[in-house]
Every structure is written in structure tokens, then in C-alpha cells.
Write a protein that binds this ligand. Structure first.
Ligand SMILES: [Fe+2]
Ligand SMILES: [Fe+2]
Length: 417
């Protein structure tokens, strides 16, 4: 077993080395510039320990599905500087000629979605937003990761305001890129899911996600005036889910994990931001996202209980753990490190420091509060995997409520430190 894992790690190492020499030319069409050898070496150094770590945990077929996106996203950094990216899909499109409607819970959710639609133009976009305000900080300084560094005290009020603007723009940019992934994920799910009730609800989610892309992009461009590129970990996950042919894996990754984490991030930002327009639009989006997570649960619960073998279920369990790690890593704010703190501390020091920051503590709680209870209900938190989550301090909400069991007030309430 140990020898096999060593072989896998060696194979990955060789693949990366070969890839650096052969694949850099293949990305010219997507990126605005080809990465230099120096850039590639930096990417490899930065990400290889993480990828090798993942390799040690996954079986060969899981590894194969992760490797392509990981290589493109983490090593070649395909999305950096690119105006667009093309990804391959492999799922079946399932037509239903019976048009039978058998799932009453999903019909109920579909009707609720139809009567809860809203239009972004009804929000008050004329509201003045000053992301650089000194007298009324858009988010509290306490959430800026740099606040505990000695250099923070040396910053002027104007510079601190720039850090706040950067952090909020960075968080909302990642959310925007996640929303674009959710839009395409929802389109794929509509095609791939076998039941008509699932397709009909999915069609409402397509509209919801389109609206979310619209509002986040508009807020970033009109109100914050800054936008960041997609974080590499989110890129890997998006491409992995677009590529994977299994409808239930798309549901698990998109509806339960990304949507659950997104919901956690929205509730957290909704609680800390001091700006009415953003608070209002997040409240509307949170209601949409809660429906999407519940849709994922309705689609998967019975399927996982009755249709999958024990081996297939454990494979989904491993995937859910890897997705959790990728989603957690996307909040290490490497883009903020590169922009402001790269001269003061190493990336390794930064990662440790951000993991322990107030921002990350609250993020972790907000996100895993809404993911762990769902994984448990789906049978994806067996005694075999629990120690891995516990080791990362992510099992606090093992007996928590699902989104469906929460009231609106519970969902919107802050999680505390
Ligand atoms: Fe969304
Ligand atoms: Fe969603």
C-alpha cells in the first residue's frame, strides 16, 4: 500500500515536471501571456506539497479526475490574466418522455421558487456607497487579516480604508466567480438529473444564479470599483465539477458543498458589513441559496441510501472531504498576501496566521455550520472520515440543523467567535 502511494506520488511529480515543459505552450490561447519558467517553478513550489498530500488520500480513479484541473489551476494557473476559459464536459443529457411528476417535496420547492422570484433592478442602486470611508468603515478592521501584524499600526487611515475595500472586493469577487460556476452547474444538473421534478426546479435555479452573477458583478463594478481574479482552489473545483460525468457528484459538489459554503459566507458578510444595499441584496440571495441546498438534499438523500454501493458511498465521502479542503483553502486570501503582505512574511507564515485570524475563525464556523449537518444526513460522515474533519477542527456542528430545519432568523444570525 505504502509502495503504491509512493508510486502515485512519483507519477504526479513526473507528470508535473513533464507538464511544465510540454503544456505551457497549450495554454497560450487562454491566458493573456504564457507563464515563464520562473513563474512555473514558483507555482510548483507553492502547490506541490498540497497536491501530493491530496494524492496520498485519494484512490487512482479519483486522483485521475482531480489531476487535470489541479495541474491547470494550481501549476499552470490557466485562469490568471485570461479573459475567458473553456472547459470540457462529459455528462449524459437525460430526456424524460413520461413527464411524470412524482416527487411532491420537489414540486413544493419548485412552486416556492416560482413565487419568490425578484428582480435586481428593484434594489436601490442609486444608494451612495463609499468603500473608502474613514468615518464609516465598510467592514470592521478586526476582519482584516493584517490587523495583528506590527505593520498595521503604521498604516494611515486612508491605507487602512484601502485594505478594507480590498478585502471586501476580494471576498465578493470569489463569490461572483463561484456564482458563475453555480450558473453552469445548475444548467448541467438540469440536463443530467433523471427526474422531471428535478429538472423543473433546476430551471428556477438557473434563473436565480444568473441574477446572482448580475448583482454581484454590478455591486463590484459600480460600488466597490475593484475586482479580483478567481482563486486557484476555486478554479480547480469548478473545472473538476464541470468535467465529472456523474450527476450526483455535480449535485454533491455544487448544491451541497459550494452552495452550503456560499450560504455560510453570505450570512457572515451580511452580519459584518455596514452598508444597506449589500445587506439587502445578500438577504435576498440567502433565501435563494437556502432553496438550492435543500434541492440538493432532496435529490441525493434517497439516491445515496438506496442506489449506491458502500464502496461508491465512501468514494463520495472522500470527495466531500477534498472539496471541503479546497473550499477552505480558497479563503487563505493569497491574493491579499501578494498585494499587501508578501514583503513582510513568507506564504507559509501567512497561511498559519490567516488560519488563526478572526476572519477565518468566523468563516470556518459560518461555512461548516451549514455543510456538516448535510453531509451527516447524506451518510457521508462515517466514523472512518470523522477524525480527518476533527483534526481540522471542523466537526463542531455534527449535531447541528440542516438549512431546511432552520428558521430564517437562525440562518441569518451570527455564529459568534
Ligand atoms: Fe447563487
Ligand atoms: Fe445557488
Amino acid at each position: 500500500m505504502v509502495a503504491a502511494l509512493r508510486k502515485v506520488n512519483c507519477a504526479i511529480d513526473s507528470l508535473f515536471v513533464i507538464g511544465i515543459h510540454t503544456l505551457s505552450s497549450s495554454i497560450q490561447s487562454n491566458r493573456s501571456s504564457t507563464p515563464s519558467l520562473a513563474e512555473l517553478i514558483v507555482s510548483v513550489k507553492k502547490t506541490l506539497p498540497m497536491v501530493s498530500d491530496t494524492a496520498g488520500r485519494l484512490n487512482l480513479s479519483q486522483l485521475k479526475s482531480f489531476l487535470g484541473p489541479a495541474f491547470k489551476g494550481l501549476i499552470l494557473q490557466t485562469s490568471r490574466g485570461a479573459a475567458s476559459t473553456t472547459m470540457k464536459t462529459a455528462h449524459d443529457v437525460h430526456f424524460d418522455w413520461t413527464y411524470e411528476r412524482e416527487n411532491t417535496s420537489m414540486t413544493k420547492l419548485y412552486n416556492a421558487a416560482l413565487s419568490s422570484q425578484w428582480n435586481a433592478i428593484d434594489l436601490d442602486w442609486s444608494a451612495e456607497v463609499d468603500p473608502l470611508s474613514i468615518s464609516r468603515p465598510i467592514i470592521p478592521d478586526a476582519y482584516c487579516p493584517g490587523i495583528v501584524l506590527p505593520q498595521w499600526a503604521l498604516l494611515s487611515d486612508k491605507e487602512k480604508a484601502k485594505h478594507r475595500q480590498a478585502l471586501l472586493s476580494w471576498m465578493l469577487s470569489q463569490i461572483l466567480h463561484g456564482e458563475q460556476g453555480a450558473l453552469y452547474g445548475a444548467c448541467q444538473v438540469v440536463q443530467a438529473v433523471p427526474w422531471l421534478d428535478g429538472k423543473l426546479f433546476g430551471s428556477t435555479q438557473v434563473l436565480d444564479e444568473g441574477r446572482h452573477v448580475e448583482v454581484f458583478h454590478r455591486y463590484l463594478s459600480e460600488k466597490l470599483g475593484r475586482k479580483y481574479e478567481i482563486n486557484e482552489n476555486l478554479y480547480v473545483l469548478s473545472e473538476f465539477l464541470v468535467n465529472d460525468s456523474r450527476w450526483d457528484v455535480k449535485f454533491l459538489g455544487m448544491q451541497i458543498m459550494i452552495e452550503g459554503f456560499g450560504l455560510g459566507a453570505f450570512t457572515m458578510i451580511q452580519n459584518i458589513v455596514d452598508e444597506p444595499l449589500l445587506k439587502n441584496l445578500l438577504k435576498l440571495i440567502i433565501a435563494d441559496e437556502a432553496r438550492h441546498v435543500h434541492y440538493g438534499m432532496l435529490a441525493l438523500q434517497n439516491f445515496y441510501r438506496t442506489e449506491l454501493s458502500e464502496k461508491e458511498l465512501r468514494e463520495r465521502e472522500d470527495l466531500a472531504f477534498e472539496i471541503s479542503l479546497l473550499l477552505q483553502r480558497r479563503f487563505l486570501a493569497h491574493e491579499i498576501y501578494d498585494e499587501y503582505w508578501g514583503n513582510y512574511l513568507s506564504l507559509k507564515q501567512w497561511d498559519k496566521f490567516v488560519q488563526e485570524s478572526q476572519l477565518m475563525r468566523i468563516f470556518r464556523k459560518s461555512m461548516f455550520r451549514l455543510v456538516i449537518p448535510h453531509l451527516k444526513k447524506l451518510g457521508l460522515l462515517s466514523a472512518r472520515i470523522q477524525p480527518r474533519y476533527r483534526e481540522l477542527g471542523l466537526l463542531d456542528y455534527l449535531d447541528g440543523k440542516t438549512v431546511y430545519e432552520m428558521s430564517e432568523q437562525e440562518l441569518l444570525s451570527p455564529v459568534g467567535n
